[in-house]
Structures are given as C-alpha cells and as structure tokens.
Design a protein around this ligand. Structure first.
Ligand code: PMV
Length: 313
C-alpha cells in the first residue's frame, strides 16, 4: 500500500523580524511543492530517500541521536508505526530550494505527516498540522508553527504572536519573481543581530515597529483590492525598514535594485543576511523582470499564490 501527499512552500510577504516583537506578518503559500510518497513495507525499518540524501534506520531510535536533516520524517514514521509490525519507505521530491526561507522544511513536515498517516487512517488537516509542527520541532525547537499552517491550508495568512493565525480571504493575482542569493543564512543568528540592534536603539526600533504595523494594515486593504502597484510601493517601504535593522547586505541590495527596475517593488523575504528576495509583478512586467535577473546571472523563478495547500492522492 502506497500513499502520496504534496504541500506548497511559502514566502513571508511582509512583517518578518518585526513579527518577533508582536507586529503582524503576512505569509502566503507558493506554487512550488514538495511531494512525499510513503509505503508500508514488511521489513521493520524506516528508510527515507530524497535529493538531499538518504537515511535508513530501525524504528524506536531516540530522536536526539539522529543527526540528519531528514530527522522529521523519521520522527513521523516512527511515531505512526509504533504499534505495527511493519516498516515504512519514504520518497521525497522537491521543487523548493532548501534553506533559503521558502518553507521547504515545513512543506516536508506537512506532506510527510499527511502521506505517512494516510497509510493507516484518514485524519483531518488540523490533525496533520499538529503532527507536522511536532516533526518540525525536531529541527527548529522554537518554530511558531506559522509556516506549517500556511503550507497546510494554502493561500494568504496573517499571523501575530498574540492572536495566532488567521486566513486572509483575498485572492490577489500577482506574480512574485523570487531571486536566490545562494547565500545560506542562519535565521537564529540574524534574529540575534536584530535583538542587539533593538537593545542599542530602543526608541528607533519601537518607531519602526509602529511604522511596520501601519504598513501591514495598508497592505491588508491593498490585497483585498488586488492593487499590485501600490503593494509594490509597500514592498519598497518595508525594505527600507529592513535595511535599518541591519539584515541586508551588498548582494541583497544589488538584487533588490535589479528587481526594482521593472517590477512594482522588491524586498527581502524571510530572515535576510542571505536567502531570497522577491519582486512583485503582474503579466505586464513579469518576463522583463526575469530577464533583468538572468542578465545579471542571478538565479530566479516566478511563483503565484497557491490556494490549495496540502493535497493528498
Ligand atoms: O527565513 P525564514 O523564512 O525562516 O523567516 C524567518 C522569519 C523571522 O521573522 C526573521 C523570524 C521568525 O521567527 O519569525
């Protein structure tokens, strides 16, 4: 018996970093996916194959002893076959670049939880999400769960620390051109840098949080109107706030400058320090924006919002 599930990656559209200090952030699922195939096998082992490597172990190993980025899959498989006399084989296919803030690990956890659980029973999306967040905690202890939530339900979502998640019902029609700096970043250390900036500049930081909150409220209105031009202006403004808190660098600034030539606006997405930026476009400037990045030898691809979320088949 085999089962298959796929889940989308994500981008943070607005509000990264300030969200750590209580401001609202806006995330969306993107139409690049991770697909996980799970199969029950007679041999009592857990075997995982993906384009970043392989892992094969017996069940019941303490999770702390496993040193592999594939650990969340092991966690899920081991949990789900606890009372069974069989094993599980897992195959992972990904369209999402790894470790650059596009939600690849969350999409793995969500698609993994869905595919593996479906071998034995049909559980709700809420239950799958709960399992996925547990699995993600084996690699990111402090995850807010926001990424797994948007990968499960798709579409746009607002999130803040106090009120949690809520789905945004707007369905805007823009394209994002995502350019990858190919510089790996450690979210933890960039977040720590921002904490230091805040400590040394309390007054300025609190004004920036206020400005960001105001910007986010405007963005929510513009998303309802599908007003991509003005959203682009908000991206430019948000990028200025991100520059102030020190998460940008020369390479990212160069990429943003290229992105802003033809698009409506560009900004960092996620932690910064490396990772990706996006440029906001519609049909009229999509191809030209891609061309600008390609001419400067930056890797890029375009995405739209994924409204489907987790899919099982
Ligand atoms: O790089 P990502 O997508 O993991 O984004 C990190 C987002 C931050 O706001 C910088 C940190 C956080 O925990 O919200």
């Amino acid at each position: 018996m085999k089962s298959k599930a796929s889940a989308p990656g994500k981008v943070i559209l607005f509000g990264e970093h300030f969200v750590v200090y209580g401001v609202k952030a806006i995330l969306c699922a993107i139409n690049k996916r991770i697909t996980v195939t799970a199969e029950e096998i007679s041999e009592k082992k857990i075997s995982i194959k993906s384009n970043i490597g392989e892992l094969e172990l017996e069940p019941n190993k303490p999770i702390s002893e496993i040193n592999s980025p594939l650990k969340p899959f092991y966690y899920l498989a081991d949990k789900i076959i606890q009372d069974k006399d069989s094993g599980i084989k897992i195959e992972v296919e990904s369209e999402i670049p790894l470790g650059v803030g596009l939600g690849s690990s969350s999409a793995c956890c969500v698609a993994g939880a869905a595919a593996i659980s479906k071998l034995f029973e049909n559980i709700s999306k809420d239950e799958i999400l709960k399992l996925a967040i547990e699995a993600e905690k084996t690699i990111f202890q402090n995850t807010s769960g926001a990424d797994c939530t948007v990968c499960t339900f798709g579409g746009l979502m607002e999130y803040d620390k106090k009120n949690g998640f809520s789905k945004i019902e707007s369905e805007p029609n823009f394209h994002l051109v995502i350019a990858n700096s190919n510089v790996e970043h450690s979210t933890e250390s960039v977040v720590e840098g921002v904490r230091k900036f805040k400590e040394n500049n309390e007054k300025e930081f609190s004004k920036l949080c206020e400005d960001e909150s105001y910007l986010i409220e405007n963005v929510l209105e513009l998303l309802k109107e599908d007003n991509v031009k003005d959203l682009g202006q908000k991206a430019i403004q948000n990028q200025e706030y991100l520059e102030r808190i020190g998460i940008s660098n020369d390479k990212l600034r160069d990429m943003i400058k290229i992105g802003q030539k033809t698009s409506f606006g560009a900004k960092i997405t996620g932690a910064g320090g490396g990772g990706c930026i996006f440029a906001l476009t519609d049909e009229s400037n999509l191809q030209n924006t891609i061309k600008e990045f390609n001419e400067k030898n930056y890797e890029c691809f375009s995405v739209k919002i994924d409204f489907k979320g987790l899919d099982t088949f």
